[in-house]
Design a protein around this ligand. Structure first.
Ligand code: ADP
Ligand code: MG
Length: 389
C-alpha cells in the first residue's frame, strides 16, 4: 500500500526525522489559511498524488506570497497531472501540501528497501539526489552507496556514519545525518515498510539535514497489525479494477495492452504474459482466479478484465488443480450470458476435469469462443485474432 507524501512526512515527524513544516489542504481557501499560518517568505505548493516526478511535471510550485499560493492552489486542484510515473492517463490532484520553503544547499538521495538477494534490508544513498535515481544507477553505479543491515543487529551507528561520510557530508553534519538514518530505519521496521525513500534529502543553507520528499510503501501482508497505516489509504488513488478484484479475492494487474489473460496461479500468469509477448502480442492485464472461485466469481472476473473496452481478446489459460475446469467453463458461459461479449475468447483448459470443462463449452456453442489444446497454440491464436480485429 502507498500513502501520500504529507502522510509519510507526518510519520517521519513522529519518529524524529526532520521535515519542513506543512499542512494538507483540499481547497484554495484552506491553502490560503495554511499559508498564512506558516507565515514564511517562501511557501511550496505540492500536488499530492501517489506518484513521483511531480516536480518536472509542474506539480511542485514555489510561491513568494499568500496570493501566489492561492493562484497555484487553484491551478493544481482538480488538474490531471501526468508525470513519468503516472502513465499517460495521469492522476487527478485532490489534495495539496502547503509547506515551508526550504533553503536548499544540496540534494541527496536516501532510501531503505528489502534486498531479496541477501534477504536483508539495504540502505541506499547517493549524492546525486533530486534526479532520476534509476538513471544514476545505470549510468554511474559508483555514485550509489549501499549499507546492508544485519536483521539481528539492526542498523548500527557506525554504518549510518559511514554512509554520511561517503555522501561527503561535512563533519558538523555527520551525526545529524546518522541520527536521521537511525530514525528512518526504525520507521521501516516498526511500520513494516517495503520501501522508504527520501528524494531529495537536503542539506540546507543553515546546515541542517531534512527530508524534502517522502515515499513510503507498506507490506500489504502486514497491514493487519497497523490500523493507523490502513486508515491512511486513499482509494481514489488506486486502480478501481484492482480494488474490485481484491474484494473478490482475485489478483488483477493492469498491463496496458489489449489481450486480457485469465489464469490460475502466479507462475502461470507470468508464463502466459511472456508467451503472449513472445508471439508479438501485448497483455492488457492478467487476472489470477486463484484456487477455489465459484462460477459466479469467474464471471465477475471476466467483467473486470473486459471493462472499459481496452481488451480486444481474451486468453483463458487454466491448468486445473484445486480449481476445476468444469467450474471455470461454467464461469465462462455465465460471463458470456451476463456480458454478451463480442471479442474473441481463446480457451485452453487442462488439468482437473478438463474433459467436463470442454464439454460444457462445446454445448454452450458460443460463436466467438475458440478452444485450443495447448498454451502455445492459444497464445498464437489470440495474438493473431487481436491483430486482425
Ligand atoms: P517529486 O519527487 O514528485 O518531483 P519532490 O517532493 O521531490 O517531488 O519535489 C521536487 C523538487 O521540488 C525537489 O527536488 C526540490 O528541489 C523542490 N522542493 C520540494 N519541496 C520543497 C520545499 N519544501 N522547499 C523548497 N524546494 C522544494
Ligand atoms: Mg522527489
Amino acid at each position: 500500500m502507498n500513502i501520500h507524501e504529507y502522510q509519510g512526512k507526518e510519520i517521519f515527524r513522529s519518529y524524529g526525522v526532520n521535515v519542513p513544516e506543512g499542512k494538507p489542504v483540499f481547497s484554495p481557501e484552506e491553502a490560503v489559511k495554511a499559508a498564512k499560518d506558516l507565515a514564511q517568505d517562501v511557501i511550496v505548493v505540492k500536488a499530492q498524488i501517489h506518484a513521483g516526478g511531480r516536480g518536472k511535471a509542474g506539480g511542485v510550485k514555489i510561491a513568494k506570497s499568500v496570493d501566489e499560493v492561492e493562484i497555484y492552489a487553484k491551478e493544481l486542484l482538480g488538474k490531471v497531472l501526468v508525470t513519468k510515473q503516472t502513465g499517460p492517463a495521469g492522476k487527478k490532484v485532490n489534495r495539496l501540501l502547503i509547506e515551508s520553503g526550504c533553503n536548499i544547499d544540496k540534494e541527496l538521495y536516501l532510501s531503505l528497501t528489502v534486498d531479496r538477494a541477501t534477504a536483508q534490508i539495504v540502505m541506499i544513498g547517493s549524492e546525486a539526489g533530486g534526479m532520476e535515481i534509476e538513471e544514476v544507477a545505470e549510468s554511474a553505479p559508483e555514485k550509489i552507496i549501499k549499507e546492508y543491515i544485519d536483521p539481528f543487529i539492526g542498523l548500527t551507528a557506525f554504518q549510518a556514519r559511514r554512509m554520511a561520510f561517503k555522501l561527503n557530508m561535512e563533519a558538523g553534519l555527520i551525526n545529524k545525518a546518522a541520527a536521521l538514518m537511525m530514525n528512518l530505519y526504525k520507521v521501516f521496521v516498526e511500520k513494516d515498510c517495503s520501501l522508504v525513500e527520501i528524494n531529495p534529502l537536503v542539506i540546507t543553507k543553515d546546515k541542517d539535514v531534512m527530508a524534502l520528499d517522502a515515499k513510503l510503501n507498506f507490506d500489504d501482508s502486514a497491514l493487519y497489525r497497523h490500523a493507523d497505516i490502513t486508515a491512511l489509504r486513499d482509494e481514489t488513488e488506486e486502480d478501481p479494477k484492482e480494488r474490485e478484484a481484491a474484494l473478490l479475492g482475485l489478483n488483477y494487474v493492469n498491463l496496458g495492452g489489449n489481450v486480457a489473460c485469465m489464469v490460475n496461479g502466479a507462475g502461470l500468469a507470468m508464463a502466459t504474459v511472456d508467451i503472449i509477448k513472445h508471439y508479438g502480442g501485448e497483455p492488457a492485464n492478467f487476472l489470477d482466479v486463484g484456487g477455489q472461485g465459484s462460477a459466479e466469481d469467474d464471471a465477475k472476473a471476466f467483467k473486470i478484465m473486459t471493462a472499459d473496452g481496452q481488451a480486444k481478446g481474451i486468453f483463458v489459460n487454466i491448468f486445473g488443480g484445486i480449481n476445476k475446469c468444469d467450474i471455470i467453463a461454467e464461469g465462462i458461459v455465465e460471463a458470456n450470458k451476463m456480458l454478451g461479449l463480442k471479442i474473441p475468447i481463446v480457451v485452453r483448459l487442462d488439468g482437473t476435469n478438463f474433459k467436463e470443462g470442454r464439454e460444457i463449452l462445446q454445448k454452450a456453442n458460443i460463436p466467438n469462443l475458440i478452444m485450443v489444446e495447448s498454451m502455445t497454440e492459444g497464445a498464437k491464436k489470440v495474438v493473431e485474432l487481436v491483430k486482425n480485429a
